[in-house]
Design a protein around this ligand. Structure first.
Ligand SMILES: Nc1ncnc2c1ncn2[C@@H]1O[C@H](COP(=O)(O)OP(=O)(O)OP(=O)(O)O)[C@@H](O)[C@H]1O
Ligand SMILES: Nc1nc2c(ncn2[C@@H]2O[C@H](COP(=O)(O)OP(=O)(O)O)[C@@H](O)[C@H]2O)c(=O)[nH]1
Length: 226
């Protein structure tokens, strides 16, 4: 079995992690695991971790590290036969250390997007909560206004996407993400991208992944996901 590829994408709320992760999953066959989506699945199915996580998320707080690692690491154990892309985890140094003790990462993508751009994007973000599919009235609108392209179910706007909530979330993101970014920079696997437009960043990310992911892995993954 060819060696598998392990990657993480990091960035503040609205930086384009979900948008770019979807393109990477489609183009390179990596399995995309979003910590936010996984938490919402656990909340929707009323698991013990989901019930606990909900009490923090409702207050706009990060879920405690031990709850996150206890939830994510077993999930990653189930994905050992796949190359994967983690989105939204690790978010803190403790989570990064827990992840680093269980597997070796090949690449970390960090998105560094200006605050004004984040505010603008999030004010137009609509999501289909059940699937985590992301839309934007300016950038990628749904075919029918207000409903999900696949299920036809209504789209919602998240409360903490409002501008007044964003500044606090962004400051908190920067505080907790900096030590994580420093760890991956020291490991020589961090690649940072800064621009106001995802479509301008995408070609660079795509050529980086084409160079880093051995073709036999990418071909095998694409074959296994189709
Ligand atoms: N790795 C994590 N550690 C702790 N809490 C997390 C983690 N990932 C997600 N959460 C919790 O789940 C919530 C929803 O996560 P999600 O990634 O969907 O949205 P976000 O991080 O708030 O914003 P965005 O997706 O725009 O970056 C977060 O606000 C946070 O409370
Ligand atoms: N206008 C614009 N919107 C974008 C761009 N890239 C992503 N978006 C939208 O901005 C919002 C945030 O993107 P998302 O992928 O959810 O970011 P995440 O919070 O980091 O996962 C979503 O509504 C996206 O559709 C872009 O280049 N321009």
């Amino acid at each position: 079995m060819s060696r598998l590829f392990r990657a993480v994408i990091m960035g503040p709320p609205g930086s384009g992690k979900g948008t770019i992760s979807e393109r990477i999953a489609r183009g390179f066959g990596l399995q995309h695991l979003s910590s936010g989506d996984f938490l919402r699945e656990n909340i929707a199915s009323n698991t013990e971790a989901g019930v606990l996580a909900k009490t923090y998320i409702e207050k706009g707080l990060l879920v405690p590290d031990h709850v996150m690692t206890r939830l994510l690491l077993p999930r990653l154990e189930e994905m050992t036969c796949h190359s994967w892309l983690l989105d939204g985890f690790p978010r803190t140094l403790a989570q990064a250390e827990a992840l680093n003790s269980s597997c070796e990462l090949d690449l970390v993508i960090s998105l560094n997007i200006p605050l004004e751009t984040l505010k603008e994007r999030l004010s137009h973000r609509w999501i289909h909560q059940a699937s985590g599919r992301v839309y934007n009235m300016c950038f990628n609108p749904p075919r029918v206004q207000g409903v999900d392209d696949i299920t036809g179910e209504p789209l919602i706007q998240q409360d903490d996407d409002k501008p007044e909530a964003l500044v606090a979330r962004l400051r908190h993101y920067k505080d907790v993400a900096k030590p994580v970014i420093d760890v991956y920079k020291a490991k020589g696997i961090l690649h940072t991208f800064s621009d106001t437009d995802t479509d301008r960043i995408w070609p660079y990310i795509s050529s980086l992944l084409s160079a880093k992911i051995p073709t036999d892995i990418a071909d095998a993954q694409r074959a296994s996901t189709h």
